[in-house]
Design a binder for this molecule. Structure first.
Ligand SMILES: C[S@@+](CC[C@H](N)C(=O)[O-])C[C@H]1O[C@@H](n2cnc3c(N)ncnc32)[C@H](O)[C@@H]1O
Length: 210
């Protein structure tokens, strides 16, 4: 998470904390306060986020390197359009676009969006390969995408699964990182523990749930 917003904030926080002469209570409470304030700000004050129902709010937590590699292994051989729902700093989008997919990252946090767009410009990745849009994915029709990557939270997976089943084409592949879709049979999986990822074939999921 070296390049994430949290990392930058954490570093600033720790510099302030270390300035307080190593008092462990001050260190712990300042850290907790900063993390809490940032979490509250992200969840409630950011434009767009306040309109997301409380049970569907998911904060930023970047995919680990291994998790990203696992997700990319599951997308091997796939072509076409990919949507990353909640693209954060863009790491899954950049990885999938370098594997040849035309990727769109949906992100509600404008700071993360600006970071991902800046990185795309800086690394000269054209927007036809990696595009970042400021949209609430819950309110976005995903029917044009035949690949979807998801790294969100356990509490939203069932609702998201229903949305994807309603919208995605039959040939779509969905890759879920860390949290699988409850009740969906997976086609393949990679990794274990926190880095595990699962691939789902939408037509197989539809047949199994019918
Ligand atoms: C757990 S992070 C994953 C980030 C990135 N996909 C990755 O794997 O590193 C979830 C991201 O989803 C974004 N997000 C949450 N709800 C959203 C929504 N309704 N629409 C768009 N983005 C959303 C958050 O701001 C956060 O950046």
């Amino acid at each position: 998470m070296e390049d994430s917003t949290e990392f930058i904030l954490q570093n600033q926080g720790s510099r302030m904390v270390y300035g307080s002469k190593d008092n462990p209570i001050v260190t712990a409470s300042t850290g907790a306060l900063l993390a809490g304030l940032y979490g509250m700000w992200t969840m409630f004050a950011l434009p767009g986020f306040s309109k997301v129902p409380r049970r569907l709010k998911v904060p930023f937590l970047p995919s680990s390197k291994v998790q990203t590699i696992n997700a990319m292994k599951l997308l091997e051989g796939r072509r076409g359009q990919l949507a990353d729902v909640g693209s954060g700093d863009g790491r899954l989008v950049f990885a999938a676009s370098s594997a040849g997919l035309q990727c769109t990252g949906f992100e509600i946090n404008p700071m993360l969006l600006a970071y991902a767009r800046g990185k795309a410009r800086w690394t000269r990745v054209p927007s036809s390969q990696a595009n970042f849009v400021n949209k609430d994915f819950w309110k976005t029709d995903l029917s044009n995408y035949n690949n979807v990557t998801v790294f969100l939270a356990p509490g939203v997976m069932e609702v998201l699964g229903d949305k994807l089943l309603r919208e995605l084409p039959d040939d779509a592949c969905v890759v879920a990182c860390r949290f699988p879709f409850p009740h969906w049979p997976h086609q393949a999986t990679q990794g274990k523990g926190l880095d595990q990822a699962w691939a789902y074939d939408i037509s197989a999921v539809r047949s199994a749930l019918d």
